[in-house]
Design a protein around this ligand. Sequence first.
Ligand code: ADP
Length: 537
Amino acid sequence: MKGLIQDYQLTVPAILQRTETLYGPKEIVTRKPDKSFHRYTYTDFVTRAKKLAVALDDLGLEPYDRVATLAWNTHEHLEAYFGVPSSGRVLHTINPRLSPDDIAYIIEHAGDRVLLIDETMVKLLDGFKDDVSLEHVFVFGSAPEGLESYEDLLAGADEGAFRYPDLDEEDAAAICYTSGTTGRPKGALYSHRAIALHSMASAMADTIGIRERDVVMPVVPMFHVNAWGLPYTCTLVGATQVMPGAHLDPESLLEDLANERVTVTAGVPTIWLGILHALDADPETYDLSALRSMIVGGSAAPEGVIRAYKERHGLNVVHAWGMTEMSPLGTICNLRSMMDDLTEDERYRIKAKQGSPVPFIEVRAMAEGEPVPWDGESMGELEVRGPWVASAYFNTDEGADKFTDDGWFRTGDIVTIDENGYVEIQDRTKDLIKSGGEWISSVALENALMSHEAVAEAAVIAIPDEKWQERPLGVVVLKEGAEATEEELLSHLSGEFPKWSLPDAMEFVEEIPHTATGKALKMKLREQFQDYTPAGS
Ligand code: ADP
């Protein structure tokens, strides 16, 4: 027997329509390339999103055609987030930090017909335009000669021609490609339903908890897994949105956080590390008293950083974990009522974990074909399932082995899960160090290294070893003007880790290479140090 409930489709245009009727006067603020601010209301935003939808019809695009963006977090990008899916087309957000070769590859692979590009990114076109079959390029902001302007595109569209479409919630709404650290980038194709449910789950009080009265600044770029879905979540609940544009330096971000009275913000650990240094150097200038939650994810946030924010600046850092293939939210670390009686140290220890699964996401950690116990110690590969987890990659067989026969997605992350369901990432399968049959977590060593006051960034990688197969090597970037020796760093680690798991040596470097999404590019470091022998041996 079926329930007797209306067949209401969960779609992106349903979010747009809700916001149009309820939140018209609320504000969306964007930092422009010249650092001044663009401000307009949700009413203005909805009008322009509808015009974009109509303009795409006028261009003769078919249903499901892909429309790409290369853009920072701006109001125009938000218009594309809604205008494209609300016209029944698919939004493809491209990461400008990918190589021109990868950008050309994913434009062709996705079959993009139109590209919307920021005026500040136009120079990227030279790197790939001859290798792609785009039919139109429109520029957000002022278009250089020879390129079409997004403003002209909208000016020529009749808002009155827009009708909220009847879409199937299972239709595709957006596509994001992984950054391709293993093989070519692969596309995760999100449905309207996945976006709608992900937005509802993100708004829940025990997840990110976004409400109408919040002022939200996604620092995580809109080209990185849809800025963790925040533009959709905020629009669903009518929160004020602050878009930092191209200005991601600590000073500009601090100005935005303080002046706009931001309550919730989100970004990768590197961003919060930079801001922490700036706040430590100048704790007085910026009034961050409105800020109640700083979401951090994308790579592990060291406990030392979470602690430093709270103890030195009274700010609450919340750890979250997700993936391109998961729209992206999977787990989030809020402490539960039963943890109130723990000591402060114990609570920080939990806050450094990636957290427990959000509603409707299931997790299990697998080793040798079996789930490992939830004891906080047994390691296994994290597998997930839920209504916003990819079921396959778009248009390729590559990576098909990540989707299990019983309907789970293999994340490639090695984790422990504790008795309360809090997941802790130990490593990615490909970065794990296997020494004499034991697994060494590079993430735990990196976090401990980064808690040393002289260390700006650290990566721990496996180097081949005749006796042990692999041994850890620490690769360290020191803070400007700071000094530390290998012995000091090793003794800093020695209290926390068994001796056999300590790096054999520390290499001091000027810079650690990063992926397009800001993660340490360990593959490159491993290549660089493959023939490594410690000095003096
Ligand atoms: P990429 O394309 O670079 O893999 P994703 O954002 O999809 O970009 O990366 C997902 C991966 O990032 C996860 O599988 C995990 O390894 C890592 N990750 C994300 N959040 C965290 C976190 N809070 N702590 C540790 N690792 C994380």
